[in-house]
Design a protein. Structure first.
Ligand SMILES: Nc1ncnc2c1ncn2[C@@H]1O[C@H](COP(=O)(O)OP(=O)(O)O)[C@@H](O)[C@H]1O
Ligand SMILES: [Mg+2]
Length: 398
């Protein structure tokens, strides 16, 4: 089937007005599209800069109907948009990714089923929905991580457990909602792969980037070729394309991977590469593509949504991305309770620094306020400048 093409001048919509929606809007507007954001928050980062902003709840019938009337095609910026709202929209409009793909990614249980179907190893796990499931947990899943099946992000909705007693009380603490218990794996590193897949099945990719988390939140992404051994990188890219194809996915998809420590029993059982989770949208670990690649993940989101041709992105610079959490604003202040403007002029004096702020009005600990990408001709230069920027901003060294 030929998919319609929506050329610049058409109106594109996005469900969700966070920073990912904002960067989608920026890419769409740069290409001449009119944008509509649906988000209940009057001050949402994307709503503030979009041509149109519908401030209703995601499931609000009136809001959805306004969005449908205005837009030629609609995407989503986060996976917790109610899948039934996307199903409503898809009755008359082009939606990418589809409600079905978003629904699968919303739930760790259906997500893991899909990842297994795609033939990519996951961490050994058990589904916990009843008290009986708790007692059925095999010993070899401990120590492990108990994760809520739905609505977890940035390490929220997760508890590390070592014994059965801890497991039972952790499940209680999570209000006995459906969960998965994953075996704790020995990680050598974490990386992610972002692909964009078109209606006709064409699929382009970025090279895997290496991610470092702090307190469950992505802190740093390092994007350069020498990061991930080539054989492993190709394996991860192929696995991601397979996962997208099996879903008949249209849009930008990010898949997070664990690389296991060589010599560990888990490595012997599972191999080097284990899939962690997927995000049916552009991802925080792909923000560097705005400054370090000739086509960003957000432009690819626009292209897949509009039915425009895809092109294989080319990374022209080594890059390090630092997340700017609210802590940076709190650090900049002399007393911990208030926030101050961080020393941007100092940071921007460093070569290759690109500052992205999301327009959030209030800085809070752990809140993603912006990011900074350092681009350089070499990995070591990008790394050195990123360290210097981190020092200026009071971000713990890495
Ligand atoms: N099975 C595991 N073994 C070891 N580390 C893990 C495991 N699961 C999660 N982690 C660590 O916790 C982080 C957050 O877990 P993840 O499932 O990706 O949740 P979130 O949805 O919050 O991103 C991972 O990036 C990784 O550092
Ligand atoms: Mg994750």
């Amino acid at each position: 089937m030929n998919h319609p093409i929506f050329l610049p001048g058409a109106t594109l919509g996005v469900m969700g007005g966070g920073q990912l929606g904002r960067m989608f809007v920026q890419a769409a507007q740069a290409m001449g599209y009119v944008t509509v954001v649906l988000d209940p928050d009057d001050n949402s980062p994307a709503g503030l800069i979009s041509h149109h902003h519908i401030s209703t709840d995601y499931a609000d019938a009136k809001g959805l109907s306004q969005l449908m009337q205005r837009c030629a095609a609609i995407t989503t910026e986060f996976e917790n948009v109610p899948a039934h709202a996307l199903t409503t929209l898809s009755a008359t409009l082009s939606i990418a990714p589809s409600a079905q793909c978003v629904a699968i990614a919303q739930d760790r249980i259906t997500e893991k089923d899909h990842l297994k179907r795609s033939g990519v190893p996951t961490a050994p796990y058990a589904v916990i929905e009843t008290v009986d499931h708790l007692s059925d947990v095999p010993d070899n899943l401990l120590p492990g991580i108990l994760k809520t099946a739905r609505l977890g992000y940035d390490g929220k909705g997760q508890v590390r457990v070592t014994t059965r007693v801890e497991l039972a009380s952790a499940w209680d603490a999570l209000n006995r909602v459906p969960c998965v218990l994953e075996k704790m794996l020995p990680l050598a590193m974490e990386c992610s792969v972002i692909v964009a897949r078109a209606h006709n099945g064409e699929c382009v990719h970025y090279w895997p980037q290496r991610n470092r988390h702090r307190d469950g939140i992505l802190a740093i992404t390092q994007a350069y070729y020498e990061n991930v051994p080539a054989a492993l990188a190709h394996q991860a890219i192929e696995a991601t394309k397979r996962i997208a194809k099996e879903l008949n996915y249209v849009g930008v998809l990010c898949v997070e991977y664990f690389v296991l420590q060589e010599g560990s029993p888990e490595y012997a059982a599972l191999g080097a590469l284990v899939v962690n989770e997927m995000a049916p949208r552009p991802h925080n670990s792909g923000h560097y593509t705005i400054d370090a690649c000739d086509v960003s993940q957000f432009e690819l989101q626009v292209r897949t949504l509009a039915g425009l041709p895809l092109v294989q992105p080319r990374q022209h610079s080594a890059a390090v991305m630092l997340n700017l959490l609210g802590d940076v604003w709190l650090n900049a202040s002399s007393d911990a309770a208030t926030s101050s403007t961080p020393p941007w002029a100092k940071v921007l004096a460093l070569q290759g620094v690109h500052l992205h702020l999301y327009g959030k009005l209030q800085a809070r600990k752990g809140r993603k306020m912006g990011h900074l990408t350092v681009t350089a001709p070499t990995a070591s230069q990008a790394h050195a400048t990123a360290l210097e920027a981190a020092r200026c901003l009071g971000i713990e060294a890495f």
